[in-house]
Structures are given as C-alpha cells and as structure tokens.
Write a protein that binds this ligand. Structure first.
Ligand code: NAD
Length: 352
C-alpha cells in the first residue's frame, strides 16, 4: 500500500496509522493542511474491505475538510480519521478509549468529531483520554433555542442562507413563490424545508421513507413526489439533501431547475459536471461551501467564548461567500465548483 505516491495524497502533512490489538482498533488519522489552524474533521467508522480502501477514504475526506474550513472563514485546517470495522458489530468502549489515545498522540494537531458510525457517546468516551475531541459540548444555538450538540440546525440554516443567495443571483428574486424541490427529509432537509416555507417558497419533497415527507405535506403544505421524479420537476431550485453523486448524467438529462443548492456532500458525480452546469446557465452552490454550517457550529461550541449571535453571523457569511464565488465564476466564465477550489487554495496556501 503506497502512501506518498497515492493518487489522493495531495501533499498531506501527516498520516498516522494506529493499531491496538487488545482493543481491536485499527485506525488512520490524516492531516491534510494546518496552515490556517489545527485540523478538524470527523471520525468515521466503516467496514472497509481493506486498509487500502480506508486510506483512500481518509485522504480524500481530510483534503475536503481543508477546503471546507478555508471557505467557511475558520481558523482551522483539514483532517479526518477512520476506524476499520463495522460499527454495529465490533465497536466497543475499549476501542473508543484507544481511539481517544490515538487522537491525543497528535498533540492537538488534529481534532476529531462525529461522522458515520460514531456517536456523541463514543466521542465522550474518547474525550476521557484527550482534550482534542469536538462535538461533545453544546452552548450556542443560532436562533437562541436550547443547543443539544446536533449540528444539523446550523447546517440547515446555512443551507437556507445559501439557497437565498443562489436564488438572488440566478433569478434576481427573493424566495417568495419560488418552487424548491428537496431530496431527503432527514435532519437537515426537513429543517431547510421549514425555513423555506417560512420565507414563502413552494415545496416539493421526497424521501425513501414516508415520515418526513408526510410531516412536510401536513405542516408545510409541501407536495410529495416519488424519489425518481425529484430532479426532473419543473421547479426553480433543487436542493440535494440525501446522498452524494446525485447530480449525474442521468439527473442532468431531465433537470429543469436554474439553481442547485443543498446540503449533501459530494453532489457532483464528477468535477466536470460543474462545467456542464455552467454552460447550461445553472447556478450551482458548491456543496462544501453551502453545507459548512455543521463545522461552523462545532467551532463555536468549542470557543472559549462565543454567543448565539456570533454563531448566526458566521453562518450568514455563507451567503456572502457564495456571492463572491458566483460573481467570480461569471466574470471568469468558469464553473462555480472550480472557482471555489481556487479561492480555498488561495486562502489556505497563503495562510489566509
Ligand atoms: P439524514 O440521514 O438525517 O437524512 C438524509 C435523508 O435522505 C434520509 O431521510 C434518507 O431516508 C433520505 N434519502 C436517502 N436516499 C434517498 C434517495 N435516494 N431519495 C430520497 N431520499 C433519500 O442526513 P442529514 O444529517 O439530514 O444530512 C443530509 C446530507 O447532508 C448528507 O449528505 C450529509 O452528509 C450532508 N451533511 C449533513 C450535515 C449535518 O450537519 N447533518 C452537515 C454537512 C453535510
């Protein structure tokens, strides 16, 4: 298994491998770049088929965090950790304790947080071994409600701000009467639907499970749509809030919306899809810019002193950042995802 010449290596600063036989832990921490500050990125536990697959995933994800934090105006770098194993079958408190020791061994260069397969309970176990565990404390809520540690409310508010900025740019309008199709009525998608409804948007929603859809129909006057129909609807905006790669050759062939702006990670099946969107005049809000509310939330919860208002102001900067990207993309005739990457690199390569 190669590391320095791995296709995803991309000048990572630090890649650490850890094995604790007694605890049954095999894990990797990747720190991509710390020019702007210590690396932050979640810990993912996944039944990788082998360590090569785990390495590819952790390198790709940690690089993505460098770009996300730079674009979210955070004094943070990018990192990620992965634990090899099925969380439903082999996860134990002893394993989480060992993971806490592993994170601690990097001396604060890397902070971990929640990701797939890792719960707040797991993080609290890790936190007994290390101060570098984020996502275990909750003090602030952007709207002054009780904070429970779930970053989804901040993510959803950031996405809402981003949808508003995207619509203003593409349609020169506010959200009143704008037709929005949302894929995924989960933690973020449902909350986004509430914000959009309150702003006067007309909603079309889908999910593979009925609960969130039924609730949106009943409480937000949304129209329920079959999952396979959501991207071909005659709407102004589509908001991917389910899984990755949902903007692909198939969905592009039926897409009518003028704006794509949602919470899901890795929305474009390939970077080149962004070029097609630009050629077709579709405004795409780069996923890691519009969905940065979660990482902004974690940052504020860990600050010595912040406030609900400071968190809210920071989330609202997502709209300004998107406007900067859209204007530069128009001026340069380039895709928004490519412009976002360039701006992020300008920020972290020049230390802000
Ligand atoms: P979630 O699991 O609560 O919700 C996702 C929803 O999508 C679920 O209800 C699921 O049933 C539905 N879904 C899955 N496949 C679908 C399909 N083919 N068609 C329609 N619906 C489908 O997750 P979430 O926390 O709401 O996150 C949504 C997306 O946003 C994910 O891609 C996540 O990685 C990303 N994201 C979330 C956060 C956060 O703070 N939660 C932060 C950044 C990015």
């Amino acid at each position: 298994m190669s590391v320095f010449d791995h296709s995803e290596f991309d000048n990572h600063e630090h890649v650490a491998f850890y094995h604790d036989e007694a605890a049954g832990l095999s894990a990797i921490i990747a720190v991509h770049n710390t020019n702007l500050g210590p690396a932050l990125g979640g810990c993912r536990m996944w039944p990788y088929v082998n360590s090569a697959e785990a390495l590819t995933d952790v390198l790709r994800l940690s690089k993505g965090m460098t770009y996300k934090s730079a674009m979210a105006n955070l004094k943070l770098g990018g990192g990620k950790s992965v634990i090899i194993g099925d969380p439903r079958k082999v996860k134990t408190p002893e394993m989480m304790t060992a993971m806490g020791k592993f994170v601690d061994s990097l001396g604060g260069k890397y902070f971990t947080a929640e990701d797939s397969g890792i719960s707040v309970t797991d993080l609290k176990t890790m936190a007994q071994e290390s101060d570098y565990i984020a996502g275990t404390k909750a003090h602030y809520h952007y709207a002054g409600e009780t904070a429970d540690g779930n970053p989804a409310p901040s993510t959803a508010y950031g996405v809402f701000v981003g949808v508003k900025a995207s619509v203003e740019h593409a349609l020169k309008s506010d959200l009143n009467g704008v037709r929005v199709a949302i894929q995924g009525m989960g933690h973020v998608g449902y909350r986004l639907a509430e914000h959009l409804h309150n702003a006067g948007a007309k909603l079309f929603v889908t999910d593979i499970y009925p609960e969130g859809v039924d609730r949106a129909v009943k409480e937000l006057g949304a129209t329920a749509v079959a999952p396979e129909e959501i991207y071909g609807l005659d709407v102004d905006v589509v908001a991917p809030c389910a899984m990755g790669a949902s903007i692909n050759d198939e969905t592009l062939s039926t897409l009518k919306a003028k704006v794509i702006a949602g919470a899901a990670n890795n929305q474009l099946a390939r970077e080149e899809i962004g070029d097609v969107l630009q050629e077709r005049g579709i405004v795409y809000a780069p996923d890691y810019v519009i969905n940065a509310g979660g990482v902004i939330d974690i940052y504020h919860q860990r600050m010595e002193s912040s406030s609900n208002e400071a968190l809210r102001d920071h989330l609202e900067q997502i709209g300004d950042t998107l406007k900067e990207i859209f204007e530069r993309a128009d001026a340069e005739g380039r895709a928004t995802n490519r412009v976002a990457n360039v701006i992020a690199e300008e920020r972290f390569k020049n230390k802000g």
